[in-house]
Design a binder for this molecule. Structure first.
Ligand code: ZN
Ligand code: ZN
Length: 442
């Protein structure tokens, strides 16, 4: 059997207890260990023993740890050995000096055995020949490069793109986990659609800007579209003027719904106690004018009173319609010829509203398989969503309101499937998935 060569560690410490602990722990973990108690002994032992790593105490009688380090690094025969300084001195000057003199690491006493093992391992597998220190990533001179968002140009920014309930974790990093919130910037006003959890972060950003009137449009008042509102910090500053627009649900007006959400049973601050000026407005027949922007709305097919919105930025028509069940119950091929006039007539207002949109932001929350069990939940089946784009002559589709069960990988597959379906119905428009933070200029 070939002989297995263990990695060698030399422990240099004047404290016997420390040497014993380190000796046993490193030996038990597969290292060959030798110990010495002074700097002189260390310098004597190193040439013959040829350790891979030296754990070097600083405050020792006789030659000081830093002098030992200096001598080891000055000698070409020993300069490449990895040295980790071990000391109870937890001060920056000591650490800086250790690294300047070529130590690989600095372990502050008392350390855990796990920390000891980690640093020995890291030192063993460190990148070699770091004779010259790697260039610092932080520029020490010159002007720092910064970039800021240009708010003078019209844009939309997605702050939340998840339907139903927020999600978090490594499976959702690419798309994000916040529930719906869209910022619309026409260059003048602060316009927001939906107050899902994404509005919390938008609110934090607005606090760093001079206050200006905020116009918040709510598509409908299901939890995922209002649950971020209590955490919208601009409502907590007295100079804020906030107008909330929406349609009523089942009898309750918009103010009652928001006030109920802030009931003392659910939240520590109640609506009348919010310092900002908050006004609630029922959406009227005519479009709502905010600065240069006109906001149109239309009822969508979703349980309760729910609407989608339409506005123009720089001459481009954008429709935002998160929750909508197009062709409820239809599970056939996405071919308009297969649909009878009666079915389509139920959606005529909607089709007219979306017609010729430059950008449609909408959902197809369920794959065709998933939809089987979700008929009547108020969301569109994927192939029906593709057909909607074609029927309305939409130029570009951004899919949002992703299902909380759909991980990043699943959504990637779903997007490929979407393109495949669009191809099959000969309507290959650009289609993409919205994600938290996506910003599009117009
Ligand atoms: Zn929703
Ligand atoms: Zn809903």
């Amino acid at each position: 059997m070939p002989e297995i060569k263990l990695k060698r560690v030399l422990v240099v410490d004047d404290e016997e207890a420390m040497r014993t602990i380190m000796y046993h722990y490193l030996s038990d973990n597969g290292y060959e260990v030798a110990t010495v108690s002074t700097g002189e002994e260390c310098l004597e032992k190193v040439p013959a023993y040829k350790p891979d790593v030296i754990l070097l105490d600083i405050m020792m009688p006789g030659i000081h740890g830093f002098d030992v380090l200096k001598q080891l690094k000055a000698d070409p025969a020993t300069s490449s050995i990895g040295v980790v300084m071990c000391s109870a001195k937890d001060y920056k000057p000591e650490k800086d000096l250790a690294f300047q003199q070529g130590a690989y690491g600095y372990l502050t006493k008392p350390f855990t055995l796990a920390q000891l093992l980690t640093i020995v391992k890291e030192c063993l597998y460190r990148p070699r020949s770091p004779q010259t220190p790697p260039p610092s990533l932080v520029p020490t001179s010159g002007k720092r490069f910064t970039v800021t968002l240009d708010r003078s140009k019209p844009y939309i920014r997605f702050w939340g793109t998840r339907g139903s309930v927020p999600v978090s974790g490594t499976s959702f990093l690419r798309h994000g986990g916040n529930t719906p919130c869209l910022e619309v910037n026409d260059g003048h006003s602060t316009i927001i659609i939906d107050a899902g959890t994404g509005i919390r972060e938008l609110g934090v950003r607005l606090m760093s800007e001079p206050p200006r009137p905020i116009h918040l449009f709510i598509g409908h008042t299901h939890w995922d579209h209002i649950q971020g509102f209590p955490f919208f910090v601009p409502a907590f500053r007295p100079e804020t003027s906030l107008t909330v627009y929406g349609v009523s649900g089942f009898g309750k007006d918009l103010r009652s719904i928001f006030s109920g959400q802030l009931d003392a049973d659910y939240f520590p601050v109640q609506l009348p106690d919010l310092p900002g000026t908050i006004e609630f407005r029922q959406l009227s027949e005519s479009p709502t004018t905010v600065g240069s922007l006109k906001m149109y709305w239309e009822y969508v097919h979703h349980p309760g009173a729910a609407v989608g919105f339409k506005f123009s930025l720089n001459g481009k028509t954008i429709v935002y319609m998160t929750d909508n069940e197009f062709l409820k119950g239809y599970r056939g091929a996405p071919d308009a010829a297969l649909l009878d006039a009666e079915i389509l007539s139920r959606y005529s207002n909607l089709l007219q509203f979306i017609n010729d949109a430059d950008v449609l932001i909408s959902e197809s929350q369920y794959t065709n398989e998933e939809y089987e069990k979700k008929i009547g939940w108020g969301h569109t089946m994927l192939s029906n969503g593709c057909l909607l784009c074609k029927l309305c002559n939409v130029k570009r589709w951004i899919v949002t309101h992703h299902d909380p069960m759909h991980t990043d990988d699943f959504l990637q597959e779903k997007l490929l499937l979407t393109r495949q379906i669009l191809n099959s119905i000969e309507y290959s428009i650009p289609v993409s998935h919205a994600f938290d933070g996506l910003t599009e200029y117009f």
